[in-house]
Design a protein around this ligand. Structure first.
Ligand code: BG6
Length: 493
């Protein structure tokens, strides 16, 4: 199968940090179909060779063995081509068309790694130029809009030109091996299903913590914030993977139907829950790994006095039979104490205690680690028969916490397919399972909108986000949020 992958935004951050390294990895391991072309598109005037040299220099500036260098890069670079385009200019699409007609590939992927404002015009122009053929697939990077209305407008414009089956909406968290393993764990084993419910599970925590700040994306981030950047998509997709009912098969729509039901069952916000169950934070200066780092307000591109949140913690519930009454906590932020993403499933205590239960927190839970390590750990109580001597005679063995650990990297080796690599291969192969359907996105926007509105009201009253020092776990109010239910975030115990 031959393919052409047209990478709009071909000189941008996402292209050289994530997409091209992922394609290079796939190439290195022979997973890319032979005879493919990757055509970078941007506004600069570059030849193919100049584009290759640009990407080579970008790769060389990054310490990461995913980026090929030397001869390996030269081999990969033969796939790279370049097309100068202004996405608003119809003539430029005709030039792209001639370029694509050179070889008439079996699959043509239009990857829009651009600002979302360009999605509509790019799709319209692709359609007008006759570039939306049955061979074409379009990939849309998040964020798809900045609220429900803009999201709907983009989806409507894209669907004027492409069928839903040709539209690949990326949420790269769905490509992470640990998320696929979560689904395999739940739906490939009968063991979990009987206790995957309110009777056994006390609460669920989803944490996506980053140490990075906003890097060079200050201006973009300042207009976005953590709710739109991480919660509306990545965190809610993780929540769906945990909470969804078993789908009737592994096809894309069966999976998406179940995720949609979860999103529609999220408890609607009320003025009380908005006030009590959502924490908005922003990092102030602090220190990370022994280095002083500036506060958000001191980052390039951030407007003076900005109220944009870099941290969100919230508590919600899912109103259905399986989950009624179980709190789901979501927490994400930048410049936190560690880079750490996990889902912690806290189990209820035994209904009747025959052992004196030690006062430890940390046992009695299943933790799915997403990053930096990727695996799962079941924390249980076992009988501690370690005591010897007079104490052994005096006391029956008590309970002690132990851990059953599965490290997927060790188990499956380091040559596992990374998130973007997985997703790009799926686009080329036409597999939609790990992509988000329009109605899922709309349901997620509909649910986060009241939070955005309540923050606007707070802003109007002069109430901004709560500040937290960089290098900490966020505002104290986030701990108080879970403490109200008698819980703690897992790094707190
Ligand atoms: C992106 C966000 O979608 O996800 C970034 O725009 C964030 O702000 C990134 O840093 C996190 O992804 P990962 O895979 O590094 O956890």
């Amino acid at each position: 199968m031959s393919f052409d992958l047209v990478l709009f935004g071909g000189t941008g951050d996402l292209a050289w940090r994530k997409l091209l390294p992922a394609l290079a990895q796939a190439y290195r391991h022979g997973s890319l179909p032979q005879g493919g072309r990757i055509i970078g598109v941007a506004r600069d005037s570059l030849t193919d060779d100049e584009y290759r040299a640009l990407i080579r220099s970008r790769f060389e500036g990054v310490e990461d063995d995913k980026q090929p260098t030397g001869e390996e890069f030269e081999r990969f670079a033969q796939l790279l081509h370049y097309q100068r385009m202004d996405l608003t200019q119809p003539d430029d699409y005709q030039q792209l068309k001639s370029r694509l007609a050179e070889r008439n590939a079996d699959v043509v992927v239009m990857y829009l790694a651009t600002a979302p404002q360009l999605f509509t015009v790019a799709c319209e122009q692709l359609g007008a130029a006759g570039l939306a053929t049955p061979q074409t697939r379009v990939v849309l990077e998040k964020p798809l809009g900045h609220d429900l209305q803009s999201n709907r407008a983009i989806n409507a414009a894209v669907r004027q030109v492409f069928d839903e089956g040709q539209i690949f909406r990326i949420d790269h968290y769905l490509g992470k091996p640990s998320v696929q393993n979560l689904l395999a764990l739940r739906f490939g084993n009968a063991l979990f299903e009987p206790w995957w419910r309110r009777e056994t599970i006390a609460s669920i925590e989803i944490t996506i913590a980053e140490q990075l700040g906003v890097e060079a994306r200050g201006a973009f981030y300042d207009g976005t914030g953590a709710l739109r950047d991480m919660v509306q998509n990545h965190a809610l997709q993780l929540l769906c993977a945990i909470a969804m009912e078993p789908p009737i098969n592994a096809h894309a729509d069966a999976i998406r139907d179940e995720k949609l039901k979860v999103l529609r069952s999220l408890s609607p916000w009320t003025p009380t829950t908005l006030a009590q169950d959502v924490v908005r934070g922003q990092y102030a200066a602090g220190s990370l790994a022994g280095q002083r780092v500036p506060g958000y307000q001191g980052e390039d591109g951030v407007a003076p006095g900005s109220h944009t949140e870099t941290f969100v913690a919230l508590r919600t519930q899912i109103a259905n039979w399986r989950w009624a009454g179980v709190p789901f906590y979501i927490r994400t932020g930048k410049r936190l104490a560690a880079r750490e993403a996990h889902i912690a499933i806290h189990l209820r205590p035994t209904p009747h205690a025959i052992y004196p239960t030690p006062l430890v927190c940390g046992a009695n839970r299943l933790v799915i680690h997403l990053q930096p390590r990727d695996g799962l750990a079941l924390h249980l109580f076992a009988a501690a028969s370690e005591t010897r001597g007079a104490q052994a005679l005096a006391e029956a063995p008590g309970l002690t916490p132990v851990q059953l650990d599965l490290d997927f990297e060790q188990r499956f080796g380091s040559r596992r397919v990374g998130a973007y690599e997985r997703l790009l291969l799926d686009v080329i192969a036409g597999r939609l399972n790990l992509f988000v359907r329009a109605d899922e996105q709309e349901a997620a926007w509909r649910w986060v909108e009241p939070i955005m509105q309540s923050w606007q009201e707070q802003d109007a009253r002069g109430e901004g986000p709560r500040l937290y020092a960089a290098g900490t776990w966020g505002p104290g109010a986030a701990s108080a949020l879970v403490a109200r239910d008698g819980n703690t975030w897992i790094e707190e115990c």
